[in-house]
Ligand binder design. Structure first.
Ligand code: SAH
Length: 395
């Protein structure tokens, strides 16, 4: 039998239903499992704990599929888990809100390493772990059948695949991408999504509710949107009646896509200004120019994928937030986000407190942000709670 035997006393996190087995907890591997194979995980005293996918290359040596010894991990099991994930989205996000949705969110949906995002009639599947890769064919078939989407596109090209010893893979699995490109509707706005080469699976679905909230706060305000990517916050701010929106991003492709997205909607393009620049530098330029704003959005990329990077990340967050707070007029708002798994909500709040102090600015928390409901956080898997944000008001 293929099994992992843990060191004595190292079963505690599994008993709390945390779905990862770290390499340091493993005493012995028996039965010569290959990467992605299902193994029984047992405590040092031999009790069954879980069925898990083995990943010899990774520090996360195994990821749990099931806590039930009677379960068989096969195509039917995966199909049932997918069905459960689809069911969990019903009545959470209405069809008018969006036709783009995360249908499977990895560990939190009991499918470690599996991401499935729907963009209208196109499903994007992203496999990030050895276990997910082992069942690639079954997962692709089941996603195709259960969603009825015309196209399934694979985006298994995230950096974390390297940690699992997996090669980069990307391309069509079923059907074909629509000739005119992939388009979605979210909060009444239309976006083109580059599922083949865009960030993540093409769009930051996790920010859906937060884009809307920022839109609602934008009426009559001069807005600065930093790290604008394909224009999500920009379009919502314009739709919400912003007087002007300056959008900054370092990527020329993202800005081109953002401008194209603006033109897809009935919005006043004259109110939009675009700047290709490094945000760290451009915030200083704006300060030196004496510019000021009523609402600033900071939605940077992940500075700290794990806690090991937290200190360096903290310096980055502090820097941009300090500068942003200084650019705010009295009564102005800062919507500041972190999608770093390695920076907790508590640490993020401390960083912003430090930034305000050093900026010589008094500010209060007037709102909090998290990922949208199609990105559930399993209570036993706090790592799933990666996106956090604060809405600050400058006194
Ligand atoms: N707010 C966006 C998502 C932001 S993703 C949305 O709702 O869709 C982060 C963006 O930051 C990417 O577009 C990336 O090109 C940009 N970026 C990363 N580092 C940057 C830097 N130092 N300066 C400017 N842009 C940067």
């Amino acid at each position: 039998m293929k099994q992992l035997i843990l060191k004595l006393g190292r079963e505690k996190s599994l008993l709390r239903r945390h779905p990862w087995v770290f390499s340091g907890a493993v005493a012995r591997v028996q039965g010569d499992p290959e990467t992605g194979d299902t193994v029984a995980v047992r405590s040092g005293s031999g009790e069954f704990l879980a069925w898990a996918a083995y990943s010899p290359a990774s520090q996360i040596r195994a990821r749990v599929w099931s806590w039930d010894e009677k379960e068989r991990i096969d195509g039917d099991f995966l199909r049932a888990r997918l069905q459960r994930a689809l069911g969990a989205r019903e009545r959470l996000i209405s069809a008018e809100t969006s036709d783009a949705l995360r249908l499977v969110h990895g560990e939190s949906d009991g499918l470690p390493g599996v991401i499935a995002d729907r963009y209208g009639d196109v499903m994007v599947l992203q496999l990030l772990s050895a276990g997910a890769e082992r069942w690639r064919g079954e997962l692709a078939d089941a996603v195709h059948e259960l969603t009825g989407c015309a196209c399934v596109f694979e985006r298994s090209d995230a950096d974390v695949r390297a940690l699992e010893g997996l090669p980069v893979r990307s391309g069509v699995l079923y059907g074909g991408l629509p000739a005119g490109g992939v388009h979605i509707r979210e909060h009444g706005l239309t976006y083109g999504v580059d599922v083949a080469a865009g960030h993540k699976t093409g769009f930051y679905l996790d920010q859906r509710d937060n884009r809307k909230r920022v839109g609602e706060l934008s009426q009559g305000r001069e807005v600065l949107n930093c790290f604008c990517y394909t224009g999500g916050f920009t379009l919502n701010a314009l739709a919400g009646g912003a007087q002007s929106v300056l959008s900054v991003d370092g990527s020329a492709e993202a800005l081109a896509q953002a401008k194209a997205n603006l033109s897809r909607n009935d919005l006043d393009a004259a109110r939009a200004e675009w700047q290709e620049a490094d945000v760290f530098r451009h915030l200083r330029t704006l300060r030196d120019q004496g510019r000021s704003f009523d609402l600033v959005v900071l939605d940077p990329p992940k500075f700290a994928p794990t806690a090991a990077f937290a200190e360096k990340a903290a310096r980055g967050y502090k820097d941009i937030n300090l500068l942003a707070l200084k650019l705010l007029r009295a009564g102005g708002l800062l919507a500041s986000f972190s999608c770093s798994g390695g920076v907790s909500a508590e640490l993020f709040q401390k960083i912003l407190a430090g930034a305000a102090l050093d900026a010589g600015v008094e500010a209060s928390i007037v709102g909090r942000f998290a990922a949208a409901a199609d990105h559930p956080v399993l209570l036993s898997f706090p790592e799933g709670d990666y996106l956090k944000g604060l809405l600050l008001r400058r006194a």
